[in-house]
Design a protein around this ligand. Sequence first.
Ligand SMILES: [Zn+2]
Length: 182
Amino acid sequence: MGTKPKLERVYLNVPFAEKDLVKSLGAKWDSDTGCWYVAAGSDPTPFVHWRPIWPHYADPVVKVLGLPIQCWKCHTATLAVIACQGGDQVAFAHKAVLQVLASQLTHEELADVGAGPLRPRFANTTGQSIWSNGCVDCDALQGGIFLRENFLASISQGQADLPTITFAKVPVDVLRGRSELA
Ligand SMILES: [Zn+2]
């Protein structure tokens, strides 16, 4: 478990038809996530079109909280990245938050705590690929609606603290769901 946020990569939202263009601009392909990315230190200007959510060093550090669940598909115990906590505020980790976290949480780090990788997965419910949690064992998408219901239940019932996975930097607008991608 790391305590120092890593800002190594920023993932882009690139339609398949534009892959050669972003490649020519210097974006790199991450075969683990199936996404294009640029190094966090690079100039974001050429990539504004792909609306990356760009974590900045000035963004607040939040606690990333997990929720132990059972995979709906293979019934293995897995851990979902469910919320971010800054001070007393706890926000649900919706798809835009997961995208930001994916730049900072390695697959190995997530696997160590029993969580699957954060990456886009195709959701039959929306007919789109969305940034999501996956089962640590079979990688099945763990749906955001199901996780949100569990998140709200755990908050309203004042249950025991959710386990801390790590710390990360998340822009305030993204946490509050005001991002265009939220
Ligand atoms: Zn599974």
